[in-house]
Write a protein that binds this ligand. Structure first.
Ligand code: CAA
Length: 455
């Protein structure tokens, strides 16, 4: 019989400092409303001088171990996904393993597999599918796998991407018969196109991005993946072709959020695509007019066109859109509005935000995932929320951690961004956490990263 596998628990890590979006807007001469309303960003999570993607990942993994009372022998894999790893050769997962061994004892994790997956912001979703498939196959030697998503979103100062920066990590505990979310493997859909919307050559600390074009690539790949997901559902007899709405089958959903407004764009296009041939679309067309023609246009040309954007703006103001958005999407963004982009962690932080902030009973509801990574690939998949989720979700405490952060000024932010603070010049000195304490300078360890748990 096929094994039931999925996500048993979630632990998050966010840096303790943040920058207020309005302060950034004022400093950059942008109307604050453009960031808070136009992009949907209120606060940007900023890593301190002693932090990097590896320390954040180790903090999330340690939290997951501790709150589930796990021992190293219970863990089969520590699998980390990141696009902002500090080394082009050594995987961040091995640094994380070493940090965890500072707590659990030298050699305590030497039995684990520890790969790193990179595919921009969709990497963690690929890693999760790999690990779940492994557990479902029965090849695992220990009951649990830990997948950690960790990233620092960083763009050039004064660039259009700068206000969308952020940083966070999230660790997922994967096993059989999970308490939170059961995966529905057969429906998963992929959409992949070799593209240049966003990338970071190895010599660069900040990403190269073609902003509006990247939005269109996100929408294009998501449409391909949604079509694949829908086809799989039809083949499984869960959806009737041409009669049923896919969105009606979802109780809630989390999309990758480079900035919260992008999720609104994606959900609007998802709904329009899903409803276009259903009777309800006639009601909407009567209110806002017909969809613009896309004849002779590629997907990307259509998505960047003013006609499409104007139509989408009108659609997002209809009561039909607002009802679905409020019911299925809005709570995923509660945390993301005050974190900023965290690349591959973002879509999973949206899940944590939903589970923690929604007050209605989610038991038995289908959670849809819309994961996108530049370069480019989208994954659309789903889970069923389990009855024990309420108890487990109480321990996530992401919102509490976000509320406890300290605000920093533009000057401090710019110093951190430009690397003008030494590792020991943190805004909040590390305590009960992993810290990057040294970078090797000798011929045998030049650039090697030394981490320590600071009590
Ligand atoms: N008050 C309220 N709203 C305002 C406003 C004001 N004063 N001024 C502008 N706005 C609104 C605009 O109307 C627009 O909203 P609508 O689309 O609903 O009309 C919104 O603010 C954004 O305005 P622009 O499109 O003009 O924004 P921009 O071009 O300056 O910047 C961006 C947007 C291109 C995404 C930029 O932030 C960027 O380059 N970001 C990095 C790349 C990125 O995030 N891409 C997303 C897809 S790729 C991906 O998802 C992977 C990843 O993580 C990077």
């Amino acid at each position: 019989m096929e094994k039931i596998v999925g996500i048993d628990d979630i632990a998050t890590y966010v840096p303790k400092i943040y920058l207020d979006a309005e302060e950034m807007a004022n400093a950059r001469g942008i109307p604050p409303g453009k960031l808070t309303k136009g992009l949907g960003i209120e606060k940007l999570s900023i890593p301190d001088a002693h932090e990097d993607a590896a320390t954040m990942a180790a903090m999330a993994a340690l939290k997951l171990m501790e709150k589930n009372d796990l021992q190293p022998k219970d863990v089969d894999f520590i699998h980390v996904a990141t696009e902002t790893g500090p080394d082009a050769s050594k995987p961040i997962s091995c640094y994380v393993q070493g940090m965890l061994e500072q707590i659990y004892g030298k050699g305590s994790f030497d039995h684990v597999g520890a790969p790193e997956t990179k595919f921009a912001c969709v990497g963690a979703t690929y890693a999760m599918i790999d690990r779940l498939a492994y557990i479902a196959s029965g090849w695992n030697r220990a009951p649990c796998a830990i997948v950690v998503a960790t990233d620092i979103a960083r763009y050039e100062l004064n660039s259009s991407g700068e206000p969308t920066q952020g940083a966070a990590a999230i660790a997922l505990l994967l096993k059989e018969n999970p308490r939170l979310l059961v995966y529905e493997p057969k429906f998963t859909g992929f959409g992949t196109v070799d593209d240049r919307d966003f990338f970071r050559p190895v010599e660069r600390k900040t990403a190269v991005v073609d902003g509006q074009y990247s939005i269109a690539c996100y929408l294009r790949d998501m449409r391909i993946a949604v079509d694949a997901y829908k086809k799989n559902m039809i083949n499984a007899g869960v959806l009737k072709s041409g009669q049923d709405s896919l969105v009606d089958k979802l109780g809630l959903a989390s999309f990758h959020s480079p900035f919260p407004k992008m999720v609104q764009y994606a959900f609007a296009d998802f709904l329009a695509h899903d409803w276009r041939n259903l009777p309800r679309w006639k009601t909407i067309s009567r209110k806002i007019g017909p969809e613009p023609s896309r004849e002779g246009m590629t997907d990307v040309e259509y998505y960047v066109s003013d006609d499409h954007k104007n139509f989408r703006r009108k659609f997002t103001k209809t009561e039909e859109f607002i009802k679905e958005y409020e019911e299925k999407i809005a709570d995923s963004l509660t945390a993301l509005r005050i974190i900023g982009n965290s690349y591959t962690a973002s879509v999973w932080l949206g899940v944590a935000s939903h589970l923690e902030t929604r007050r209605d009973d989610l038991t038995g509801k289908r959670l849809g995932i819309g994961s996108y990574g530049s370069g480019s690939s989208a994954i659309v998949c789903s889970f069923i929320v389990q009855p024990e989720y309420k108890e487990v979700a109480k321990g996530i405490k992401l919102m509490k951690n976000l509320a406890e952060r300290q605000r920093i000024s533009m000057d401090v932010y710019e110093d951190l961004h430009e690397g003008r603070r030494q590792l020991n010049e943190s805004v909040i000195p590390p305590k009960n956490e992993f810290a990057l304490v040294n970078l090797g300078t000798q011929s045998h360890d030049h650039g090697y990263r030394y981490y320590r748990y600071i009590k």
